[in-house]
Ligand binder design. Structure first.
Ligand code: ARG
Length: 586
């Protein structure tokens, strides 16, 4: 459909220039959009109204020229000039029927271009936070979509494997390690040690302490914090004992993350954590200073922004702390430069929660001054609200264990499967529970605009009706069961003939797949595809309720089987692009 829309738009532009002469105001392709109401036809061109001024012509005259040129196009059944100059296009059923099988084919809009996508990026020695879960799920869907439209995609897990928390952990590890607990559940033990450290520091400081050491510390540091800083310096200087501990922390955390990635079906091309950039930081900051992008301020090194240059006056961006240490900002500047040097990407996408918006505005403005021209996109999402008590949020600043969330999802999905699928074997039902449970958790995330505030409820996520993964998975399995029955009866899919209105609506829906996928590729908003799949499943269910498939006359049945098979293929492909599996039977 997108190709047709472009073709029509090009012909329309040509018609205008032929009739009124080449004019600078006429684009090479006029915009052809989906009609907003059925009475406006299938496609609509409103360019005549926009071009009237530039051409010095009446909009209806321009519209007439376009209408005349398109009337004989093989895809067009009828053209109408409406209102002040709208051109309404009605597509021919014959054309729709002949081309619907291509609706699943995606255009290679990313051909020859590379995208680096930085997502998941959890912090070592802490269990995955809800923000990393969302980043993992959203990032993975975007990655799949970008690949499907022809981009070369580099998936990079920017692991938080460096920073002040390691000095603290080393202190705690040396003082309070419970070796048995560490042998059994290493990450839990590390979390316990980290919490113990924090409590101790709070106690020594006589009250709450700042999370990270970025803000200038005015008060005398408590002894334990001093010890932590010393351990950190030792680590940075390559002390063998501390380096070994740091590596151990990374190894046990990574093993836990990997188990989760496996369960979610998520993988990366590279895992370049913060520590990877260590030996580039001094040069990076020196370059910022040399190019007069950063300057010293109160002992630290910062980038100042001005309104004229940056569009908005951002607060200063810290790239080296007063104590001489490099920070998250410096690491990210080095990261952008490294990615460009290594992959020459057209786009760099970084997926994190909304709280980092300012950081990335500062980072991108800094990168621009360094001469970076590629598209830099902060793909941010709102933090999801999880109701208390639905899953265990153990002590430790509301950290949520993704493992628990997935276990609970599968447990609940199994209960549903036991109720609704008595015909399946135990093993099949467990597989249904796995696919539905994980699909529900992912889809819950992907089906909402990532920037809106959402709350998680089990009932909504696992509902078999409404815009949920189980609903779409059931829709798919139901169509597959129809197709299996047909095959058993020897009925095969065949060409489409004349289309009843409801069939026509389904066909037009099928054609919307490419539009939805391309929109996700451009805007990095997976919910557009989820909305599309939900609408498609709805169109099929309306069709199926009105038009029997298996009981229809052979020719009609063959056509309806084709529509059913195309719907199933599209649902499967679309869900796959969201990282969600389907089942042949449920
Ligand atoms: N580890 C960071 C965090 O947990 C996210 C990193 C995102 N990527 C980046 N290049 N800064 O907040």
């Amino acid at each position: 459909m997108l190709e047709l829309m472009e073709d029509l738009g090009r012909r329309a532009a040509l018609a205008v220039t032929e009739k009124f002469g080449a004019q600078p105001g006429v684009p090479p392709i006029l915009t052809v959009a989906r009609a907003t109401k059925p009475e406006f036809g299938d496609l609509q061109i409103s360019a005549a109204l926009q071009l009237a001024k530039a051409l010095g012509q009446k909009p209806r005259e321009i519209g007439q020229a376009i209408a005349d040129a398109l009337a004989s196009h093989p895809a067009i059944a009828k053209v109408e000039l409406a209102g002040p100059g709208f051109v309404n296009l009605h597509l021919s059923d014959l054309w729709l029927a002949a081309h619907v099988a291509d609706a699943l084919a995606l255009r290679s809009i990313g051909e020859g271009q590379t995208v680096v996508i930085d997502y998941s990026s959890p912090n070592v020695a802490k269990p995955m936070h809800i923000a990393h879960i969302r980043s993992t799920i959203i990032g993975d869907a975007i990655k799949r979509v970008l690949r499907a439209v022809g981009y070369q995609v580099i998936a990079d897990n920017h692991l938080g494997d460096w920073g002040t928390q390691f000095g603290k952990l080393i202190v705690a590890f040396k003082r309070w390690l419970d070796a048995d607990a560490f042998a059994k559940e290493p990450v839990e033990e590390l979390l316990r040690l980290y919490i113990r450290y924090t409590e101790e520091e709070e106690r020594e400081a006589g009250g709450r302490v700042e999370e990270e050491g970025e803000a200038a510390e005015v008060k005398e540091a408590p002894p334990i914090l001093k010890a932590a800083r010393e351990e950190l310096v030792k680590l940075q200087q390559g002390d063998p004992e501390n380096v070994a501990l740091w590596k151990k922390f990374i190894a046990v955390s990574m093993a836990e993350f990997d188990a989760i990635y496996r369960r979610l079906g998520v993988s990366f091309d590279v895992i370049l954590g913060e520590s990877f950039y260590n030996d580039r930081l001094a040069d990076t900051v020196a370059r910022l200073e040399r190019e007069k992008i950063a300057e010293p301020s109160q002992g630290a090194m910062v980038v100042f922004f001005t309104e004229e240059r940056d569009g908005e006056a951002l607060p200063p961006f810290l790239v080296r702390k007063a104590d001489g240490g490099f920070n998250y900002g410096a690491t990210d500047v080095a990261g952008v430069l490294y990615r460009i040097e290594r992959w020459h990407p057209a786009r760099i996408l970084i997926v994190t929660d909304e709280r980092q918006q300012l950081h990335f505005r500062q980072l991108f403005a800094t990168a621009r001054r360094l001469g970076v021209t590629c598209s830099l996109e902060h793909v941010w999402f709102g933090l999801m609200r999880l109701p208390e008590g639905t899953i265990s949020t153990r002590k430790g600043k509301g950290l949520i264990y993704l493992e628990d969330l997935l276990d609970e999802a599968e447990r609940r999905a199994l209960a549903v499967a036991n109720e609704s699928s008595p015909g399946l074997s135990d093993e099949e039902r467990r597989e249904v529970a796995r696919v539905v449970g994980i699909g529900a958790v992912k889809y819950n995330d992907l089906s909402r605009d990532r920037q809106s505030l959402i709350s998680f409820t089990w009932d909504k996520a696992l509902a078999l009706t409404g815009n949920t993964a189980p609903y779409l998975q059931y829709a798919y399995a139901r169509i597959r069961s129809i197709l299996r029955k047909a095959e058993a009866e020897g009925a095969r899919p065949g060409p489409l003939g004349a289309l009843a209105p409801i069939e026509r609506a389904l066909v037009l829906r099928l054609f919307g797949f490419g539009e939805a996928v391309e929109q996700v590729a451009r805007s990095a908003r997976p919910h557009t595809l989820a909305d599309y799949l939900y609408a498609l499943a709805g169109a099929f269910s309306t069709f199926y309720a009105e038009h029997p498939v298996l009981k229809a006359e052979p020719e009609v049945r063959a056509a309806r089987l084709t529509l059913s098979a195309l719907t199933a293929d599209t649902l499967k492909k679309g869900l796959d692009l969201l990282g969600i599996e389907v089942l042949e039977r449920m």
